[in-house]
Design a protein around this ligand. Structure first.
Ligand code: C2E
Ligand code: MG
Ligand code: MG
Length: 245
């Protein structure tokens, strides 16, 4: 199943998008987290089937969402891609088919890739990026700060969104240094005209701190974990999301 975690605009506290996260309900083991089954699926072509399933479900579900407040567009959906998918020649045609069949505005679809995946084969990555740009599909650079964080490739990849990894948002040690890095990443993204999103916000203090740093978007248990599509739909229209004030 695909579950959806809201992405919140930190200035308006409106839901501007959802990240689609995969869950597997095993008949005996219950809910198996993606950290367990995705790496296994990546050892075979099963990951391509799971990836196609994730894309189909996410694009179909996003079509049921309506614009919020003064928004001109309904919330977008971000879909995680694995390394194998990124190297699959059918990736772009598969996405094009899904967009065509569903009628989803391509600007409401973003693909989440980690730096590690994007930099595996930079020539191939730039080639895929060019196709995606032409289709107006955006890239969200996932877990930023934990991979190579190559600044020249950051400029070349030009992602629409940088997702700051949770380890900077909820540092376990070296608090001062982590905070300095957090501040530097937000400033870097702002200066490069990229939208900066902080992952894994759990407390009002973390939210207030990120808002003060001018971080644009947030995601985390403070608002909601990933929920089934029906719950995501009913979340839209509610205005009682925690704010930074
Ligand atoms: P990710 O893309 O970085 O997703 C964020 C993870 O952080 C999710 O875990 C989410 O539930 C969790 N999270 C969100 N907010 C908070 C918070 O406030 N506190 C804490 N402690 N955790 C939070 P999840 O769903 O278990 O996914 C783990 C990873 O599995 C994802 O990391 C992603 O890399 C991968 N994944 C999930 N779904 C898919 C998929 O459809 N395709 C692929 N290729 N990978 C997927
Ligand atoms: Mg992600
Ligand atoms: Mg992440």
């Amino acid at each position: 199943q695909m579950h959806y975690q809201p992405i919140i605009d930190l200035s308006t506290s409106e839901v501007v998008g959802f990240e689609a996260l995969m869950r597997w309900k095993h008949p005996e083991r219950g809910w198996v987290p993606p950290d367990v089954f995705i790496p296994l699926a990546e050892q075979s072509t099963l990951i391509l089937e799971l990836g196609a399933f994730a894309m189909h479900e996410s694009v179909t579900t996003a079509c049921t969402w309506e614009p919020q407040g003064d928004q001109t567009k309904a919330p977008y959906v971000t879909v995680n891609l694995s390394a194998h998918q990124f190297q699959d020649p059918d990736l772009v045609p598969m996405i094009e088919r899904e967009l065509q069949q569903s009628g989803l505005d391509p600007e409401r679809l973003l693909l989440e890739v980690t730096e590690t995946v994007a930099l595996l084969d930079i020539t191939e990555t730039m080639n895929v990026m060019e196709h995606l740009n032409r289709l107006k599909i955006g890239i969200a650079l996932d877990d930023f700060g934990t991979g190579y964080s190559s600044l020249s490739y950051l400029a070349a990849l030009n992602p629409r969104i940088i997702k700051i990894d949770q380890s900077f948002v909820r540092p376990k040690h070296d608090l001062d240094r982590s905070n300095t890095l957090l501040e530097a990443i937000v400033t870097l993204g702002n200066k490069l005209d990229m939208i900066v999103l902080a992952e894994g916000i759990e407390t009002p203090e973390q939210l207030g701190h990120l808002h003060n740093l001018h971080c644009d978007l947030g995601q985390g248990f403070l608002w909601s974990p990933a929920v089934p599509s029906g719950e995501a739909l009913s979340m839209l229209g509610e205005s009682k999301h925690p704010t930074a004030d």
